[in-house]
Design a binder for this molecule. Sequence first.
Ligand SMILES: [Zn+2]
Length: 246
Amino acid sequence: MNRRNFLACAAITPLFANEMIQDTDDIYLSKEEWELLVSINARLKRVKRQIGFGNFNLVSYNDTLFYARNYHKIGAFTKKEIAFIDKLFNEDQNQYGFYGPKTCFDINNKVSRKEVKKIPRTGHYIFKGKPLEDYENLIKDVGDTLILTSGVRNVVKQLSLYVNKIYNCGGNMTKASISIAPPGYSYHTVSDFDVGRKGWGYKNFTADFASTYEFSKMRKLDYIGMRYKKDNSDGVRFEPWHVEVI
Ligand SMILES: [Zn+2]
Protein backbone atom coordinates (compact mmCIF):
# COMPACT_ATOMS: atom_id res chain seq x y z
CA MET A 1 0.00 0.00 0.00
CA ASN A 2 1.17 3.50 -0.78
CA ARG A 3 1.00 5.15 2.62
CA ARG A 4 1.32 8.66 1.23
CA ASN A 5 -1.84 8.22 -0.82
CA PHE A 6 -3.60 6.70 2.11
CA LEU A 7 -2.84 9.72 4.26
CA ALA A 8 -3.80 12.14 1.50
CA CYS A 9 -7.20 10.64 0.77
CA ALA A 10 -8.46 8.83 3.84
CA ALA A 11 -9.85 11.94 5.44
CA ILE A 12 -11.78 12.93 2.32
CA THR A 13 -13.21 9.57 1.29
CA PRO A 14 -13.56 7.21 4.26
CA LEU A 15 -14.37 4.28 1.94
CA PHE A 16 -10.95 4.80 0.42
CA ALA A 17 -9.26 3.18 3.39
CA ASN A 18 -11.07 -0.12 2.74
CA GLU A 19 -10.46 0.08 -1.00
CA MET A 20 -6.75 0.53 -0.40
CA ILE A 21 -6.60 -2.71 1.49
CA GLN A 22 -8.65 -4.65 -1.06
CA ASP A 23 -7.15 -3.30 -4.30
CA THR A 24 -3.42 -3.29 -3.71
CA ASP A 25 -2.72 -3.77 -7.45
CA ASP A 26 -4.61 -0.61 -8.40
CA ILE A 27 -2.71 2.52 -9.37
CA TYR A 28 -3.18 5.62 -7.23
CA LEU A 29 -2.18 9.25 -7.71
CA SER A 30 0.82 10.55 -5.79
CA LYS A 31 0.18 13.08 -3.04
CA GLU A 32 1.28 15.97 -5.25
CA GLU A 33 -0.93 14.78 -8.11
CA TRP A 34 -3.86 14.37 -5.71
CA GLU A 35 -3.53 18.00 -4.65
CA LEU A 36 -3.43 19.13 -8.29
CA LEU A 37 -6.47 16.99 -9.03
CA VAL A 38 -8.44 18.57 -6.19
CA SER A 39 -7.71 22.09 -7.39
CA ILE A 40 -8.37 21.25 -11.07
CA ASN A 41 -11.69 19.64 -10.09
CA ALA A 42 -12.76 22.77 -8.21
CA ARG A 43 -11.59 25.09 -10.98
CA LEU A 44 -13.47 23.16 -13.67
CA LYS A 45 -16.62 23.36 -11.54
CA ARG A 46 -16.18 27.13 -11.39
CA VAL A 47 -15.81 27.25 -15.19
CA LYS A 48 -19.07 25.31 -15.53
CA ARG A 49 -20.84 27.67 -13.14
CA GLN A 50 -19.52 30.69 -15.02
CA ILE A 51 -20.38 29.63 -18.59
CA GLY A 52 -23.40 27.41 -17.88
CA PHE A 53 -24.06 23.65 -18.10
CA GLY A 54 -24.96 23.63 -21.82
CA ASN A 55 -21.91 25.64 -22.96
CA PHE A 56 -19.68 23.52 -20.74
CA ASN A 57 -20.57 20.45 -22.83
CA LEU A 58 -19.00 22.05 -25.90
CA VAL A 59 -16.31 24.45 -24.69
CA SER A 60 -12.78 23.89 -26.05
CA TYR A 61 -9.70 23.61 -23.84
CA ASN A 62 -8.18 26.88 -25.10
CA ASP A 63 -11.41 28.75 -24.40
CA THR A 64 -11.53 27.18 -20.94
CA LEU A 65 -8.02 28.46 -20.18
CA PHE A 66 -9.06 31.87 -21.54
CA TYR A 67 -12.17 32.08 -19.32
CA ALA A 68 -10.13 30.97 -16.31
CA ARG A 69 -7.57 33.71 -16.91
CA ASN A 70 -10.20 36.40 -17.41
CA TYR A 71 -12.81 35.64 -14.75
CA HIS A 72 -11.33 36.22 -11.33
CA LYS A 73 -14.02 33.98 -9.86
CA ILE A 74 -12.44 31.01 -11.70
CA GLY A 75 -8.75 31.95 -11.51
CA ALA A 76 -6.09 30.97 -14.07
CA PHE A 77 -4.94 27.34 -14.24
CA THR A 78 -1.41 27.11 -12.84
CA LYS A 79 1.51 25.75 -14.90
CA LYS A 80 1.51 22.60 -12.77
CA GLU A 81 -2.22 22.10 -13.27
CA ILE A 82 -1.83 22.48 -17.04
CA ALA A 83 1.06 20.02 -17.09
CA PHE A 84 -1.03 17.51 -15.09
CA ILE A 85 -4.00 17.92 -17.46
CA ASP A 86 -1.61 17.27 -20.39
CA LYS A 87 -0.42 14.13 -18.64
CA LEU A 88 -4.00 12.90 -18.09
CA PHE A 89 -4.76 13.49 -21.77
CA ASN A 90 -1.59 11.93 -23.19
CA GLU A 91 -0.61 9.10 -20.84
CA ASP A 92 -0.94 5.41 -21.64
CA GLN A 93 -4.35 4.32 -20.40
CA ASN A 94 -3.60 0.58 -20.65
CA GLN A 95 -1.74 0.79 -17.33
CA TYR A 96 -5.11 1.48 -15.65
CA GLY A 97 -6.94 -1.31 -17.48
CA PHE A 98 -8.63 0.95 -20.03
CA TYR A 99 -8.16 -0.46 -23.56
CA GLY A 100 -10.53 1.62 -25.68
CA PRO A 101 -9.20 3.49 -28.72
CA LYS A 102 -8.46 7.20 -28.76
CA THR A 103 -11.37 9.08 -30.38
CA CYS A 104 -9.85 12.57 -30.30
CA PHE A 105 -6.14 13.39 -30.55
CA ASP A 106 -6.38 17.16 -30.15
CA ILE A 107 -6.76 18.42 -26.58
CA ASN A 108 -8.04 21.67 -28.11
CA ASN A 109 -10.70 19.95 -30.26
CA LYS A 110 -13.39 22.41 -31.35
CA VAL A 111 -17.07 21.56 -31.68
CA SER A 112 -18.89 24.08 -33.85
CA ARG A 113 -22.47 24.97 -32.97
CA LYS A 114 -23.32 24.31 -36.61
CA GLU A 115 -22.38 20.65 -36.16
CA VAL A 116 -24.78 20.04 -33.27
CA LYS A 117 -28.41 20.44 -32.30
CA LYS A 118 -29.47 21.47 -28.81
CA ILE A 119 -32.12 19.13 -27.44
CA PRO A 120 -34.74 21.21 -25.58
CA ARG A 121 -35.02 20.90 -21.79
CA THR A 122 -31.92 18.69 -21.49
CA GLY A 123 -28.94 21.08 -21.66
CA HIS A 124 -27.40 18.54 -24.02
CA TYR A 125 -26.47 18.53 -27.70
CA ILE A 126 -26.38 15.84 -30.37
CA PHE A 127 -24.24 15.81 -33.50
CA LYS A 128 -26.24 16.41 -36.67
CA GLY A 129 -26.33 13.60 -39.22
CA LYS A 130 -26.56 9.94 -38.17
CA PRO A 131 -26.49 10.60 -34.36
CA LEU A 132 -29.41 13.05 -34.56
CA GLU A 133 -31.31 10.77 -36.94
CA ASP A 134 -30.81 7.89 -34.50
CA TYR A 135 -31.99 9.96 -31.56
CA GLU A 136 -35.16 11.12 -33.34
CA ASN A 137 -35.94 7.59 -34.53
CA LEU A 138 -35.36 6.26 -31.01
CA ILE A 139 -37.92 8.63 -29.53
CA LYS A 140 -40.35 7.61 -32.29
CA ASP A 141 -39.77 3.87 -31.87
CA VAL A 142 -39.42 3.64 -28.07
CA GLY A 143 -41.69 6.48 -26.99
CA ASP A 144 -41.37 9.74 -25.12
CA THR A 145 -40.54 8.07 -21.82
CA LEU A 146 -37.05 7.78 -23.31
CA ILE A 147 -34.90 10.80 -22.50
CA LEU A 148 -31.46 12.08 -23.43
CA THR A 149 -29.20 12.01 -20.35
CA SER A 150 -25.88 12.98 -21.98
CA GLY A 151 -24.97 14.03 -25.50
CA VAL A 152 -21.93 15.71 -27.04
CA ARG A 153 -19.05 16.02 -24.58
CA ASN A 154 -16.00 17.86 -25.79
CA VAL A 155 -12.58 17.21 -24.21
CA VAL A 156 -13.03 19.61 -21.27
CA LYS A 157 -16.42 18.17 -20.25
CA GLN A 158 -14.97 14.65 -20.44
CA LEU A 159 -11.93 15.83 -18.47
CA SER A 160 -14.19 17.23 -15.76
CA LEU A 161 -16.17 13.98 -15.46
CA TYR A 162 -12.95 11.98 -15.35
CA VAL A 163 -11.30 14.24 -12.77
CA ASN A 164 -14.42 14.20 -10.60
CA LYS A 165 -14.56 10.40 -10.84
CA ILE A 166 -10.89 10.08 -9.80
CA TYR A 167 -11.70 12.41 -6.90
CA ASN A 168 -14.65 10.27 -5.83
CA CYS A 169 -12.47 7.16 -6.14
CA GLY A 170 -9.98 8.70 -3.72
CA GLY A 171 -7.23 8.95 -6.36
CA ASN A 172 -7.65 5.35 -7.55
CA MET A 173 -6.96 5.67 -11.31
CA THR A 174 -7.68 2.02 -12.02
CA LYS A 175 -11.16 2.22 -10.53
CA ALA A 176 -11.93 5.58 -12.17
CA SER A 177 -11.09 4.49 -15.70
CA ILE A 178 -13.47 1.50 -15.48
CA SER A 179 -16.46 3.81 -15.02
CA ILE A 180 -15.56 6.76 -17.21
CA ALA A 181 -13.46 7.06 -20.35
CA PRO A 182 -10.46 9.40 -19.99
CA PRO A 183 -10.60 12.65 -22.03
CA GLY A 184 -9.79 11.89 -25.66
CA TYR A 185 -11.21 8.36 -25.35
CA SER A 186 -14.92 9.06 -25.15
CA TYR A 187 -17.26 8.41 -28.05
CA HIS A 188 -19.38 11.27 -26.71
CA THR A 189 -16.73 13.57 -28.22
CA VAL A 190 -17.45 12.25 -31.73
CA SER A 191 -20.88 10.57 -31.99
CA ASP A 192 -22.48 8.58 -29.17
CA PHE A 193 -25.02 9.64 -26.54
CA ASP A 194 -26.71 8.28 -23.41
CA VAL A 195 -30.41 7.72 -22.86
CA GLY A 196 -32.54 6.91 -19.85
CA ARG A 197 -36.07 6.41 -18.60
CA LYS A 198 -37.97 9.52 -17.59
CA GLY A 199 -38.04 9.97 -13.80
CA TRP A 200 -35.36 7.37 -13.10
CA GLY A 201 -32.62 9.80 -12.06
CA TYR A 202 -29.25 8.29 -11.23
CA LYS A 203 -30.58 4.74 -11.78
CA ASN A 204 -30.35 5.49 -15.49
CA PHE A 205 -26.59 5.14 -15.05
CA THR A 206 -26.72 1.73 -13.38
CA ALA A 207 -27.14 -1.81 -14.72
CA ASP A 208 -30.80 -1.51 -13.61
CA PHE A 209 -31.50 0.40 -16.81
CA ALA A 210 -31.20 -2.97 -18.61
CA SER A 211 -34.41 -4.09 -16.86
CA THR A 212 -36.55 -1.27 -18.28
CA TYR A 213 -39.14 -1.47 -21.02
CA GLU A 214 -37.21 1.26 -22.86
CA PHE A 215 -34.03 -0.81 -22.95
CA SER A 216 -35.76 -3.98 -24.16
CA LYS A 217 -37.36 -1.99 -26.96
CA MET A 218 -34.00 -0.42 -27.88
CA ARG A 219 -32.31 -3.81 -28.16
CA LYS A 220 -34.68 -4.77 -30.99
CA LEU A 221 -33.64 -1.80 -33.13
CA ASP A 222 -30.96 -2.56 -35.71
CA TYR A 223 -29.88 1.00 -36.52
CA ILE A 224 -28.11 1.51 -33.17
CA GLY A 225 -25.53 -0.54 -31.31
CA MET A 226 -24.57 -1.01 -27.70
CA ARG A 227 -21.05 0.34 -27.15
CA TYR A 228 -20.22 -1.18 -23.75
CA LYS A 229 -21.66 -4.66 -23.39
CA LYS A 230 -20.92 -6.95 -20.45
CA ASP A 231 -17.20 -7.88 -20.31
CA ASN A 232 -16.29 -5.65 -23.25
CA SER A 233 -12.69 -5.63 -24.48
CA ASP A 234 -12.30 -1.88 -23.74
CA GLY A 235 -12.30 -2.65 -20.00
CA VAL A 236 -15.33 -0.41 -19.44
CA ARG A 237 -18.18 -1.45 -17.12
CA PHE A 238 -21.54 -2.61 -18.56
CA GLU A 239 -23.34 0.51 -19.82
CA PRO A 240 -26.77 -0.42 -21.23
CA TRP A 241 -27.69 3.29 -21.44
CA HIS A 242 -24.86 4.23 -23.82
CA VAL A 243 -26.03 4.27 -27.46
CA GLU A 244 -23.43 3.38 -30.06
CA VAL A 245 -23.90 5.29 -33.29
CA ILE A 246 -23.09 2.80 -36.08
ZN1 LIG B 1 -22.11 7.35 -22.47
